[in-house]
Design a protein around this ligand. Structure first.
Ligand code: ADP
Ligand code: ZN
Ligand code: ZN
Length: 764
């Protein structure tokens, strides 16, 4: 149904609403129809409770539209709304529109998208004490319905202000509708005692607000972005090497925009892990009305921040993935920093990509988007080449005085040949670390070491290759990782990185009785080795085992920033966004960990990781240096990453993807079928594949269907898995893909649930 027949609000008696149910029910895009009972008024975007299914269970949902038409339904059979949730603010119309796009494009239930758009802290009203109170104000004229009469009597008995719900309860009213009627009739007056409990987010210690003089490249990029913004929607891909001052460009752009249009809303998305007080502080130091949204907030803080945005008190929102849904009244600009970062893709329902949603939202609002990165995703680079609305802007140098670090490679095979024993830290890296930490050049420096694998050893296995026994998970087809824990027998535990299950480590091989051996490297083992090699070294290990909460991460970085540690050792957590001027050395302990993963993006990820971590070096007056250890010194990806040759890498990789018909040249959706029973799993996957093929042929679409095939992890948490890939046409259009998926969904065959995961534009 179109806009013309759907109003923005409805009154009880003969009117209907269409409701999207919040819990995973894949209703049609238009929602389910409910009647508005007598005495109730309800508007688009409001949260309501409705009866659902045969058992009439109560479900929460969002009103999509109000209408006087019952459509094809028999009005007598339409169930009524039970209650309007007045504590949750109504969603603005543009977010409803955006949600519909997400539900369609990512093939997920619309109600579930609403669940993501409004944080649960907000819908539950955590920390808020908003009270709506009423009192008698005017005369009653004429005869009132029974419930309203009871309300008036109850209010009269009370005399003063009384909370609306309390009054309704006293009068035996089931809903708040009759209270609203009396307010409208002027019998009651109403006031909101609005108290989202003040639980402010601490303002970071003022970052330097000194005004830098922009470099020529920064100035040109800024001017171009300003010009683009004047034309409405557009996407600027700000491709600037690490440390080139992209953030300064964002800040100036926001300043300019707000100079022109003070009320314009701005969203700044950063990867969750980069939401440190330093990052936030840079924005807070420039703008007085910044709201922050990230996982480190308490529920009450999150609610309070959200309301600051909703009420217009804050118009600059800095946040992680879900901040793309910030309820700004009027969007003027969206910035997606580190746009290549995988954390922008949500890995559970709804599986949206915040960067792509940001572009969509900006398109709907006619706003400018800036995607910033030193290593743009190939998706964005490709878009910049083929789409007229995109434009790439380059920052090729760091500001004056700061040079790009020098990179050298250490061949680990050579190292093993020339040295006894197994060393994770090569002679070369060890020497450089010592010189730096001892302050040989006059100043003590700091170092960052990357090994993108946590735990102690990646394999627990029989030393006899002929035997070949390896400890695997009981629940997954995956090997277990040894995590050191001194208190345990044999000094550690075998842990599955996929399902989290833990097992004791056997002393001997169950097949042949030899003593089991630990193979492979993890951050714990590197930590051990460094303690032995450089006694007294002050080290912070940063991986998801040591950094359980956002606060741990922030505290660790503060310690490092104060110089209380010489070395920051960790997984990809240490590669992102850090800006410490005293870091003069970056070591990549093994550049090979991600290189040969069974994933078509393995090379792209490795390139990004090496280039990003290298970029942490040399951000102060002293030049930086990078040492990359590898078993594959001739690998072209590593070579190009070390030479910061993004163009060369991207050219080669895009050509390859084009030849193979893979993203970003062609679009992809991945469907994973899961079942405890292998035969059932295969049967379901085969049927789904056949249905996809039949649909594709019937509609005559240029879409390739591959599978069913066994994914890299064939069994996960006791579920067998089969996957199907649907690939779009070579012109990069998403249309064919979307039409096949929509057709299947309309047949009820493509719903994400416990046996099927649909992932459109998968990143992992
Ligand atoms: P990026 O986000 O591109 O990695 P940043 O914005 O973090 O880079 O900038 C790196 C460093 O350079 C920061 O310490 C910043 O204050 C500084 N900087 C940025 N622009 C300039 C400039 N025009 N002149 C001097 N220093 C600058
Ligand atoms: Zn497991
Ligand atoms: Zn054995």
């Amino acid at each position: 149904f179109g806009q013309d027949e759907s109003g923005r609000s409805a009154e009880g008696g003969g009117s209907y609403v269409r409701v999207a149910i919040e819990q995973g029910v894949d209703v049609t895009a238009d929602g389910l129809t409910y009647a508005v009972p007598e005495g109730m008024s309800v508007g688009v975007g409001q949260r309501v409770r409705v009866p659902l299914g045969r058992g009439n269970a109560r479900a929460a949902g969002v009103v999509l539209a109000c209408t006087s038409e019952a459509g094809d339904l028999d009005p007598a059979k339409i169930k009524p709304i039970l209650e309007v949730d007045v504590s949750a603010p109504a969603l603005p119309g543009d977010l409803i529109e955006l949600a519909r796009w997400i539900a369609r494009y990512y093939v997920c239930p619309l109600g579930m998208v609403f669940g993501s758009i409004t944080p649960s802290a907000v819908s539950k009203g955590v920390g808020s004490t908003t009270r709506v109170e009423v009192r008698l104000a005017g005369e009653v004229s004429g005869k009132l319905p029974r419930v309203q009469r009871a309300l008036v009597e109850a209010a009269g008995a009370d005399g003063g202000w009384v909370e609306r719900r309390v009054l309704a309860e006293r009068a035996g009213a089931k809903t708040l509708g009759p209270v609203a009627k009396l307010v409208e009739a002027g019998v009651f007056e109403v006031r909101r005692v609005d108290a989202i409990v003040a639980d402010p987010v601490a303002v970071a210690e003022a970052a330097s607000t000194e005004r830098l003089v922009l470099t020529d490249e920064q100035r040109l990029a800024l001017e171009r972005l300003i010009a683009m913004g004047e034309g409405g929607f557009g996407v600027g891909l700000l491709h600037g090497v690490t440390g080139s001052g992209k953030t300064e460009v964002y800040l100036r752009l926001i300043e300019h925009l707000r100079g022109q249009d003070p009320g314009a809303g701005v969203i700044v998305l950063v990867p969750e892990i980069a939401l440190t007080p330093q990052t936030v502080g840079r924005f807070q130091a420039r703008f007085s009305d910044v709201a922050v949204l990230h996982s480190g907030l308490t529920q009450a803080q999150r609610n309070a921040q959200w309301h600051r945005v909703r009420s217009g008190e804050a118009t600059v929102v800095v946040g992680a993935r879900s901040a793309v849904f910030a309820p700004l009244a009027r969007l003027g600009l969206v910035i997606v920093d580190e746009e290549h970062d995988g954390s922008y893709k949500q890995d559970q329902l709804p599986r949206y990509h915040a960067r792509d949603v940001a572009v969509r939202r900006a398109h709907m609002a006619g706003a400018l988007v800036v995607l910033g990165s030193a290593t743009p995703s190939l998706e964005s680079l490709h878009n910049a080449r083929v789409r007229p609305s995109y434009e790439r802007l380059r920052l090729t140098e760091r500001p004056a005085g700061m040079r790009m670090p020098r990179c050298e490679v250490v061949d680990l095979i050579e190292e093993r040949r020339s040295r006894r024993g197994i060393h994770l830290i090569s002679q070369r890296l060890e020497t450089e670390l010592r010189l730096l930490i001892e302050g040989a050049g006059g100043v003590r420096g700091q170092a960052i070491l990357l090994l993108n694998r946590r735990g102690y050893a990646s394999h627990i296995a029989c030393p006899d290759h002929g035997c070949g026994w390896v400890k695997t998970c009981d629940h997954c087809d995956a090997t277990l990782v040894f995590h050191r824990q001194d208190a345990l027998p044999r000094g550690g535990v075998a842990r599955c990185h996929h399902c989290g299950a833990e097992q004791l480590v056997p002393e001997t091989c169950p097949d042949c009785g030899k003593r089991v051996t630990l193979f492979g490297w993890g951050t714990q083992r590197v930590e051990d080795e460094l303690e032995q090699k450089i006694p007294g070294v002050r080290m912070i290990r940063m991986d998801s085992d040591t950094m359980r909460a956002h606060g741990d991460y922030v505290a660790a970085l503060e310690r490092f920033g104060r110089g209380e540690a010489d070395l920051l050792l960790g997984t990809q957590l240490v590669a992102k966004g850090l800006d410490f001027p005293n870091v003069r050395l970056v070591g990549v302990v093994s550049a090979d960990t991600g290189l040969h993963l069974p994933d078509f993006r393995a090379a792209e990820r490795t390139f990004q990781l090496i280039a990003q971590v290298s970029g942490r070096a040399g951000r102060g007056a002293e030049p930086g240096r990078v040492i990359v250890q590898t078993l594959n010194p001739d690998d072209p990806t590593l070579g190009m990453a070390m030479a910061s040759d993004y163009e060369g890498f991207a050219e080669r990789e895009l050509e390859l993807r084009g030849k193979l018909g893979l993203p970003p040249v062609a679009r992809m959706a991945r469907l994973v079928v899961r079942h405890r029973d292998l035969a059932q799993c295969v049967r379901l996957a085969t049927e789904l594949t056949q249905a996809l093929e039949a649909t594709q042929q019937r509609l005559g679409l240029d879409v390739r269907i591959r599978g069913p095939m066994v994914p890299p992890i064939a069994r996960l948490a006791d579920h067998h898995r089969q996957q199907i890939e649907v690939l779009g046409s070579a012109d990069g259009s998403a249309e064919g893909l979307q039409r096949v998926m929509t057709a299947l969904r309309n047949q009820g065959r493509l719903i994400s649930n416990t046996t099927l995961a649909v992932d459109v534009d998968p990143v992992a």
